[in-house]
Design a protein around this ligand. Structure first.
Ligand SMILES: Nc1nc2c(ncn2[C@@H]2O[C@H](COP(=O)(O)OP(=O)(O)OP(=O)(O)O)[C@@H](O)[C@H]2O)c(=O)[nH]1
Ligand SMILES: [Mg+2]
Length: 319
């Protein structure tokens, strides 16, 4: 049977409502919306699902093969599959808990589909606060995480490819903003660069805020940054993380920057590390989806907005 939803979560809720929590999802794909949303490119999720096969009672003796299969801990099998994808223990547990428990025995392929559906649902949930068309963009993160390079790449796309009028605010924190290359690049594109806050300027269709990185455990710097962000009022606030850092450092940065309520994550240095399990661990632990990635120090180039399906495919390709 076919079920549709605006998100994977919605489609799966319909599956479970109609076929019960043991339903088996056999295919999940994103297709252009059937409604009026098709005009502006809206997408929806199609889920093909079937009811589980009825369990035929058979006499079980303690040494029969059926007894051994049934007594094999199914939970452990799902967890094992999740671990084999390279996910850390917390992520594996989170995904496992979000899968409705089913009495039916699943083939490996069916189990993978269930996991894929659960992963996509988590990703979709994490995109809720990311606007479709960001207009006021601010990248925040630790010093040297690649914010200014990513901003330079992004602004080139907005200005040259989409022909939007843009502006960059290159503001100081407690330390001076030393992104000279960003100002020079913007000037080359004819994009105005403001180095002091001036709310009286007429709005542009795309405005970017470039701030120096900081350590959120320092309350003075954090206050100053929160103040600048409040004034700028970004509709797209992205926590920028260097993907080449160790997972524990990244998890710590996510935790420290969480009070700023980022809408999405932006991963840089994908040329050095593009591990899909690291991406999923970050998305699952933060509850925030990846907005995009920046790969390489050269401008422009290597700025991508890859969605959950592509990252899921990369994750499964690893196995
Ligand atoms: N290999 C590689 N190097 C990068 C990438 N992005 C940035 N860099 C390099 O990393 C260093 C820091 O990049 P910036 O964009 O200035 O980092 P930032 O976050 O703006 O730094 P602050 O403003 O000082 O906090 C520079 O030497 C960049 O050339 C990337 O994706 N790959
Ligand atoms: Mg910078």
């Amino acid at each position: 049977m076919l079920f549709k939803g605006h998100t994977a979560e919605e489609a799966l809720a319909k599956v479970h409502q109609s076929l019960g929590s043991s339903a088996i999802v056999v295919q999940l794909k994103r297709v252009p919306s059937a409604g009026i949303g098709r005009i502006w490119g809206a997408m929806e999720i199609e889920a093909w699902a079937q009811a589980p096969a009825p369990i035929i009672p058979t006499p079980i003796t303690s040494d029969s093969p059926v007894a051994r299969v049934r007594s094999a801990p199914k939970e452990a099998r799902t967890m094992e599959l999740l671990r084999s994808l390279g996910l850390n223990e917390d992520s594996a547990r989170k995904v496992h808990q979000s899968i409705p428990s089913s009495g039916a025995a699943l083939t490996n392929q069916e189990a993978c589909l269930q996991l894929g559906a659960a992963l996509l649902a988590a990703w979709d949930k994490g995109t809720k606060r990311i606007p479709k068309t960001p207009r006021r963009i601010a990248l925040i993160g630790a010093a040297g995480s690649g914010k200014s390079v990513a901003t330079a790449k992004w602004i080139t796309i907005e200005s040259l490819r989409h022909r939007h009028d843009c502006r960059i605010w290159c503001l100081d924190g407690i330390v001076a903003n030393s992104a000279e290359f960003l100002s020079q690049h913007a000037e080359l594109l004819g994009i105005p660069v403001e180095t002091t806050w001036n709310p009286g300027l007429p709005p542009c269709s795309r405005e970017f805020l470039d701030l120096p990185g900081w350590n959120p455990t320092d309350p003075d710097v954090s206050d100053r940054m929160a103040n600048l962000l409040d004034r700028f009022e970004p509709d797209c606030l992205l926590l920028t993380l260097n993907a080449a850092y160790e997972a524990s450092i990244l998890q710590n940065q996510v935790k420290q920057f969480m009070p700023f309520r980022p809408h999405g994550l932006l991963l840089t240095h994908l040329d050095e590390c593009g591990s899909p399990s690291k991406v999923w661990d970050l998305v699952l632990s933060s509850g925030i989806a990846l907005f995009g990635t920046s790969s390489g120090r050269f401008i422009p180039g290597g700025f991508d907005r890859t969605g959950g399906e592509a990252w899921m495919e990369r994750l499964f390709e690893q196995v």
